[in-house]
Structures are given as structure tokens and as C-alpha cells.
Design a binder for this molecule. Sequence first.
Ligand SMILES: Cc1ncc(C[n+]2csc(CCOP(=O)(O)OP(=O)(O)O)c2C)c(N)n1
Ligand SMILES: [Mg+2]
Length: 685
Amino acid sequence: MTTAELDQLSINTIRTLSIDAVQQAKSGHPGTPMALAPLVYTIWNRVMRFDPEDPIWPNRDRFVLSNGHASMLLWSALHLAGVKAVNADYERLGNPSVPLDDIRHFRQLDSKAPGHPEYHWVSGVETTTGPLGQGVATSVGMAIAQKWLASRYNRPDFDVFDYHIYAVCGDGCMMEGIASEAASLAGHLGLDNLCWVYDNNHITIEGNTRIAFTEDIAARFLGYGWNVLRVGDANDIDRIEHALQVFQQTNGRPTFLVLDSHIGYGSPHKQDTAEAHGEPLGDEEVRLTKRSYGWPEDAKFLVPDGVREHFAAGIGMRGAKTRRQWTDRLAAYAVRYPELAGEIDLMQRRELPTGWDRNLPVFATDQKGLAGREASGKVLNILAQNIPWFLGGSADLGPSNKTTLKYEGAGDFQAGNPSGKNLHFGIREHAMAAVVNGLSLSKLRPFGATFFIFSDYARPSIRLSALMELPTIFIFTHDAMGDGEDGPTHQPVEHLASFRAIPGLVTLRPGDANEVVEAYRYVMQLRHQPVVLALSRQTLPTLDRSKYSPASGVAQGAYVLADAPGANPELILIASGSEVSLAVEAYERLLQDGIKARVVSMPSWEIFEHQTKEYRESVLPPNVKARVAVEQASTFGWERYVGEKGRVIGMHTFGASAPLKELQKKFGFEPDKVVAVARELLAGE
Ligand SMILES: Cc1ncc(C[n+]2csc(CCOP(=O)(O)OP(=O)(O)O)c2C)c(N)n1
Ligand SMILES: [Mg+2]
């Protein structure tokens, strides 16, 4: 067979595997894989530097399928390229990442060919996609990461990091706001290592895009400062390859490649229709379509002889060669620059350098105290100096979030200064969260920040962070009513409850400056869990730790901060964040009145739930039923800790606009109120 014939055979293999898998599952999206098989074939077999033997090789090119519903493209590519599996400890396992049998079980339980690309589940998937727009936005984080890594680690004669990022997207991704935010940022930053290929097929679920989407997309991307290319025929792999070469030669701008395609290509009755998007073709149409490809009509899941070999000769050979060259280069680099090479190695395993926690502050007792965000700012500035690859920024609230890295040499990440550690996301919270995910997927240790209320604008990407099991850090300040006069538009209420409801996410709301330090100490050691830190705007008293328990209790999620005489309480006050010192004040008064109270500081439900039953019951003894929880947030969920007989002092409205003191009075966050509720409870009222 000629090379051209092998190319076509490979493309049709991707198409028919996709058709068969969807038909077998009786669910899925055949049309886009049929249309984009030539594109994916070209990127994988002709262009990408990716070694199937080692899908986590640090300098590999990245491939992101942002239109995640077309997942069969990825499963076909991973299968045909012979990509090998890796486990969560980054060990190379040697078995195929996506066996053919799993493609036969597309969308079934435990299959390595699930409905959408899932990062933590299938090796070779660079990021989880499915919620449209997330993939392309995350790819911007990957591109920022590559620039940062190159600027820190590359040396004359040693290009340690020079990879490219390819993202494929459709109309849906282009309509989603997050993609616009991310494209705007990528254009500003001039990320010329980034190429988005837009599947311009004019079809979405409800029909032709003329019903809802008629703008000039190319003009939009020109406006963002991207280089815009067009290939008018999605079957023309030479033109596609040429366009990707143009991308590689383009400096100073990201590339947007508009690819005109026909959804359901080759299907006599379904091509160019919305039906091809998300329904199996049907047995008869499958036969007709295969006939149009010149494929055996009754063959199912057929990988003809020569196809795997063709991939082995393409991506296999190229990937192995480039990885070998890189490994040799890195070995020589490690001799010249042992420290830098050591960093690269640690980073890949998500480990921390020795001394990562040196100089972390200990805050002295202080009734006036320090705001959570202030303490956080001090800690961030130390951590960023101890951990070279710890970096981040805010969505235009750095001065307010106190997330700006101010030490000498921290620098701002910009097109002309890719070594900067302060990222300026602009007022783009959603893209920020996705970019932070992209940085984390690139093994940097990132944080992103905004006001807690605006976490609403970032939540879909935070959810994906948890789904992907990434150790990202989201720093949210102004975590309750502390911003007073800004009023209910700025006062988070249901946010803690909603983050506590996300599986795998750690939500932490420290109660004083030393709890902030301990929170970071805990967070930094996580390797597979994202964290939401909720920090106060206003000052919080720094508690006397010689009188009360040490803040290291944060690592247990909840701990006995102040106890009743003889550790034998009749009442438990539970609080988080700004309400911890309030609970302590109430406790002192109750104690004076002879009431045996205990204060439990509970910065994190999730961490607490992971402690032994023994520990949990030592903190919240089951026989002590008189419990009051105090938190300036929705009371939703607190029943689990206060029990049927307990009480919760929390929020039932959106708050109000007024100075903080008045709000505390109005909504009952005062010692008098806590004492009164405690007394009522003990009196059995
Ligand atoms: C955020 C989000 N909203 C809605 C959906 C449901 N959905 C999946 S695919 C799709 C249509 C996408 O159209 P397009 O991107 O043009 O894909 P094509 O059919 O051309 O492959 C929709 C609405 C989704 N996955 N994510
Ligand atoms: Mg479309």
C-alpha cells in the first residue's frame, strides 16, 4: 500500500471504530469523529511529538479534545497509537491505555473508553472535557506553563521544555463565555505555543448554527490578537499539516485554525445534520456509510492490517526518537545544572523541595489580630520563595486578596517576562480557574484568587479540578459579611455549603492567623486534591495558643480549641473562620457562669471526616447533645454536627449592606446571642 492509502485506511479506521462503538453502546456522538478523523490523524501521526510508550514524558506535545463529546476520536487515537498506561503514582505500567475491548465497551462501567475524556481515568488524556469550553480554557494554562517552564529551565543548548499545545473545539466551545475569556488572555500573553483548531461545521444539537450563532468568529480571534488560519476541507490532510506547520513558525501570537467540516461525513442520510451529532447512525446507515468509505460493510471494530504499524512508523517512531533525544539532553543538563534538574524531577512527582516550609510565620497572641487574607499573603510570599514552581495570581483583586507576590524577583508573568510568578488573570474568574487547572496538569503548583462570592463564576472549573484530582489551590477572601457595606451582592452565603458538597474537594476556613499558616502547611502536602481556602477580609484576633490548643489541630479538620474543666463538657460550641473567636468569647462567659462548655474549631469538614471514628468522637462526644454551630453562612448541612437537638447560628438571607458591626448584631453573630442560644439549649427550650 502507498503511504496515501495507509493514511486513508487509518482515517477510516478512526471513523469506523467511532461509528461501531456508538452503535454498540446505543449512545454517543458519531458525527464529529467521522468528520474530524483526518484532523486527529494528522495531528497525532504526522505532527505531535508524543511517545506512546511514555504518555507523561514532560516535554510531550499536549492534545486537548475540548469538544469532549467526540471522545471516540481520542479513544481511537490512543488505541491505534498504542499508548501505554500509567498509574496515579506515575509508574509506567506497560499495558495499553485503551484496549480494543474497552472500545467495544464504550461508555460502559469500568471501560477505559468512557463517555467523555477523563484525565484521572485514562492515560494519555491531558485534561477532562465535556463541559464545553473547559478544554480550550485549560489549554491556555498549559501554554502559560510551557512558557514559564521554558524560561526557568531552558539554558543555551538545552531546550528542556519546547512543547506545543493543540486543542480541538467546536461551535459549543466557541459559544461558551469561558473560551472568550481564555482566548482574550492567550492573545494578550502572545502564547505562540498554542493552537486551537475550530471545527466549523455549523451544526449543534438544535440544528444549524444560524439559529443562535452567526458572528464572525475569525474576526473575533483576530481581535484577540491571534493568528487566524483556515482550511476549507477537513479531508485535506496535507493542507491541515501545512497549517500546523505555519502555526509552529508563528511567533508572538497563538494560532486559531478554522477547519470547515461536515458532521457525519460519509453518511448518505445524516451528513450535515444535527442527528449525526448525538445519536447512533442505526444499523442500515452504518452499512451505507461503511460502503461510502469502501469499508467491509459487516465488519465491526475492524483495525485492518497495517494501520497499527502505520501509527508505529509515524507517532511511534517520531515520539520515541524525540523522547530519547530529550532524555539524553536532560542527562547532560543534569550534570551541568543538577539543581534545576532536581527541581524538574520533584515537580513531575508532585513533591516539594526540602525546606519548603522554612520560615513559615508563627503569629503572636494579639487581640486586635490579623485578617485571614493578610496572614495568607505573608505565607504565600514565603512559600513562593521556598518552592520555585509555586505561582499564581488573582482575577484583578490581588491587592484585596493579598495574593500578590512582592518579594524581590517575583515578577509579573507577561509575554515579555515569562519567568514572572504573579499571574494577572484580569477579570476572568472562570478562565482563571481553568488556567489554574492547566498549570496544575503541567505539574506546576498554582493558586488562583478572587472574592469568595465570585467563586460562582469559577465553579465549573473547580468542580473539574476535583474530578481530575488536581492539587490546585483556590484562595477566596471576603468569605462572609466582612465586607459589610458592599452588601448582599458581595456576601457569600451558600458558597461554603456548595463547596463542601463537591466530592474530593477540601474546603478550609481557618479561624485565625496561625490557623491560616497551618492550613497552608496541610494544603501544600496534598498531591491529588484541590482546595478552597475561605479567608476573612477583616481582622481576627490571634488566639493565645498557650491558653488554647495549638493551631496544628487544623490538620485534623476540627479540634478541641478550648475545653471544659476535666475535659467533660455539657455543651459544645462549633465554629469556623471568623466565628471561632466569637465562640471563644462566648465560651469564656459561659465558663464564668459555671457552664462546662467546649469550643471546637472546625476549619474543614472534609479533613475531619477523614479522621478515625475514635478521634472524631473525642472531639464531638456522642453523649454531648447540646451543640451550637456558629458560621456566617447558610446553615445547610450543619445538622450533621449539631444533631437533632442542636442549634445553628447562621444565615437564612443574603445579608445586607451596612458596617460589619451592625451586620453582626442584626444577624446574631455576637457573644450575647451565642450565650443566649447555649443557655436556651441547656434549659431544654
Ligand atoms: C457547558 C455545556 N453545555 C451544554 C452541553 C451539552 N452539549 C454537548 S455537545 C453540544 C452541542 C455542541 O455543538 P458543537 O460544539 O458544535 O459540536 P458538534 O455537534 O459540532 O460536534 C451540547 C449543547 C455541554 N456538554 N457542555
Ligand atoms: Mg458544531
